[in-house]
Design a protein around this ligand. Sequence first.
Ligand SMILES: Cc1cc2nc3c(=O)[nH]c(=O)nc-3n(C[C@H](O)[C@H](O)[C@H](O)COP(=O)(O)OP(=O)(O)OC[C@H]3O[C@@H](n4cnc5c(N)ncnc54)[C@H](O)[C@@H]3O)c2cc1C
Ligand code: FES
Length: 345
Amino acid sequence: MTFRVTVQPAGVSFDVARDEPILAAAIRSGIGLPYGCRDGACGSCKSRLVEGRVIHGAHQHKALSEAEEAAGWILTCCAAPQTDCVVQARTVAGAGEYPVLKMPARVASLARVAPDVMLMKLQLPANVQLKYRAGQYVEFILRDGARRSYSMANAPERLGNPPMIELHLRHMPGGKFTDHVFGAMKEKEILRMEGPLGSFFLREDSDKPIVLLASGTGFAPVKAIIEHMQAQDIGRPAMLYWGCRRKADLYLHRWALEAAASMPNLSYVPVLSDAPPEDAWNGRTGFVHEAVMTDRPDLSGHEVYACGTPAMVDAAKRDFSTRCGLPADAFYADSFTSEADKHGP
Ligand SMILES: Cc1cc2nc3c(=O)[nH]c(=O)nc-3n(C[C@H](O)[C@H](O)[C@H](O)COP(=O)(O)OP(=O)(O)OC[C@H]3O[C@@H](n4cnc5c(N)ncnc54)[C@H](O)[C@@H]3O)c2cc1C
Ligand code: FES
């Protein structure tokens, strides 16, 4: 049994199987809906149900509150239709453009670039051509079926030969996947993955200046977007703000400095929140999104691309709109939610 879901205002329709989340069917059908975690934690897929009924699977209260649910909002990533439905959502041009493929990938190299960050290069199978947009992510499918998401840190134009994707993984002690990456994982290990996924990529139909805001390994998709801008000669003014705790955490500081030196339209502001005296840091300090607000108190004519910890993304979304006039539809984000966020308070 299937239900028909129509997305307004685009007017596109697709079939959703019984008990299937709307978003999963949209991805399968190549319809670009906005989303991030696909797991009820980030709120990126929040949409309005105009007609019909859905049942929600488990989700975080902060992604969709009871009041929002009562007012007709749904999370498409965990809402299964019970009838034909009409949903009001922004469609994202390009999000469903490339096929989502499952493939094995071989760990080509592992480099510890900061105390808790691993730069992993993955060699793709020779018979598969992975097409994606800079900023998107892949999911590893672990032996027990659990999935973990990581953003590609190189642009598709920089895959190289043989094609390899670059990932930046932060160790979360006690974490199912990253404990293995920082422990027993060796080069040549085969991982199973699926991608490309996500709607976090540069909207190229706009020429507004952009703020690229990253915390920690949220730098990965931002790096890919910058490489894409370099490869396509995109001259929009871009301001990169990268927040970390201490100097050693700015694991590609030199890369960012060189990118800014080679691109007249790019500026780079590193911001440390917890630099110890031995870092002898005389750059910016504090919360990274607050550094943006100090420099750009009026963001009304900008677009913001934010990626990293849920706390940073949530604070930036809230403060940029309430204090700096950023329109809600000019804020694009991937929140790096983990099991702790899904099961936390
Ligand atoms: C769209 C997206 C893109 C992402 N991209 C990146 C990226 O490029 N780089 C990156 O570093 N990360 C990224 N992440 C985060 C990444 O997917 C993982 O969540 C993260 O690496 C942790 O995975 P893990 O298996 O090691 O830890 P998990 O098993 O998820 O555990 C995480 C933490 O929660 C604790 N925990 C586990 N279970 C519970 C529970 N039931 N209750 C409370 N606490 C619990 C663990 O002890 C650990 O400290 C991304 C996430 C999303 C959604
Ligand atoms: S809450 Fe639906 S994609 Fe994150």
